[in-house]
Design a protein around this ligand. Structure first.
Ligand code: FES
Length: 383
């Protein structure tokens, strides 16, 4: 999707704006999850199952999304398969004309349920892999037997002719398996693979020292991905996200705050990005209180960093301010305490050099065990 795809809708009578409604939305059905990944991107304060939107509320939200012109819904979590009504939700998405993607760890799915999901109109499956073999994968995910189950689910998905994306989050402790992860994606029949280095906000910050790759590891991984892209053209498309701490230019996070993306939390809060709740002091409106279109245009959380008017220097006078929009607000907050500051991933940030040094120091540290994420207890000891 290009930025131009989003210059479309504004409320009647409103001044022209440089944003429209997104074409896709991330629906976090639940924060419950059997895995305990040390880089979990859910907020530090997880929402309880009792607070989750009901089946009826999600169906109303999906009808609203379709009426607004949204085309795709990505069912995510936590682990979306924890929800007993997942098939009903996918069916409703199909009925209102939404293309549905299931972003899952796979470990809660049975073959019969996957058949039901396919029959309900599920259009795509994305499965996360924590490594290329059980030893590393099950340790990183904190779930014994998880890797074998994921392989099984990926094969069921392909047997049902569901398009498959392999999602590989990479870091210092599994980067040596990147070539095998690429081979695995091909062997499983995935059409797409996401190789995403861990982004450090929320829970991942607690494990930064154990996860940060060395500069050398990053360079090797980048070369590997480039070679694989050339070798596998027409077979496997590879998306690649590098760790910001080693970048010189920040990423255009979320396509620019409040421009192309929104995320609905399990209890119905509408967020400009999946990690927005790590920025303290923002207040998020809920689909329980307002129509989605109203929230998109009027919510303070969306408008506070939308466009370029909020930017201080060095972003304000930067030629690239409408290209990268100052980088990632969540990372700026995590590293400087102020989400309006330039993302330290940018070479123009006063904190950039410090960030680079920090990455080098963290990557050279003796790895500690992971501080696992655990839905019921919050965290588990390092091991
Ligand atoms: Fe929130 Fe980048 S992750 S703006």
């Amino acid at each position: 999707m290009s930025a131009d795809d989003f210059r479309i809708i504004a409320p009647e009578g409103a001044a022209p704006t440089a944003y429209g409604l997104p074409l896709a939305v991330l629906a976090e059905l639940t924060h419950r999850c059997p895995l305990q990944c040390p880089y979990c991107s859910n907020p530090l304060e997880l929402e309880t199952s009792g607070a989750e939107l009901t089946t009826e509320e999600w169906c109303r939200v999906m009808t609203e999304l379709a009426d607004l012109g949204v085309l795709q819904i990505h069912f995510s979590g936590g682990e979306p398969a924890v929800r007993k009504d997942l098939v009903a939700l996918v069916r409703h998405a199909t009925e209102v004309g939404l293309y549905s993607n299931l972003i899952t760890s796979g470990v809660m799915l049975t073959k019969a349920r996957l058949v039901e999901l396919a029959d309900a109109g599920l259009a795509h499956v994305q499965i996360s892999f924590q490594g290329a073999e059980p030893g590393v994968a099950d340790r990183v995910g904190g779930f014994r037997g998880g890797h074998a189950k994921k392989l099984e689910v990926a094969r069921w998905a392909r047997a049902l002719d569901l398009p498959l994306t392999v999602n590989a989050v990479v870091h210092r402790q599994n980067l040596h398996q990147l070539p095998a992860l690429i081979d695995l994606s091909v062997e499983l029949g995935a059409a797409r693979m996401e190789v995403a280095h861990v982004q450090y906000y929320g829970w991942a910050l607690k494990n930064r020292q154990a996860l940060m790759p060395t500069r050398e590891q990053l360079d090797v991984a980048t070369e590997l991905v480039e070679a694989a892209r050339a070798r596998l053209r027409g077979v496997l498309e590879i998306d690649y996200v590098i760790p910001d701490y080693y970048a010189r230019q920040p990423k255009q996070c979320m396509g620019g705050w409040g421009r192309q993306f929104f995320n609905i939390s399990p209890s119905g809060k509408v967020l400009p990005c999946h990690a927005a709740e790590t920025i303290t002091g923002l207040r998020f409106d809920s689909v329980r209180d307002h129509p989605l279109e109203w929230i998109w245009h009027n919510s303070d959380a969306f408008n506070c960093y939308r466009g370029t008017g909020w930017m201080p220097e060095p972003c304000r006078s930067c030629d690239l301010r409408e290209v990268d929009f100052g980088g990632c607000r969540c990372q700026a907050f995590a590293l400087t305490g102020n989400a309006a500051n330039a993302d330290p991933a940018c070479a123009k940030s006063a904190r950039h050099r410090e960030l680079f040094q920090l990455a080098e120091a963290e990557s050279a540290a003796t790895p500690e065990g992971f501080l696992y994420r655990n839905f019921s207890g919050g965290s588990r000891e390092r091991r």
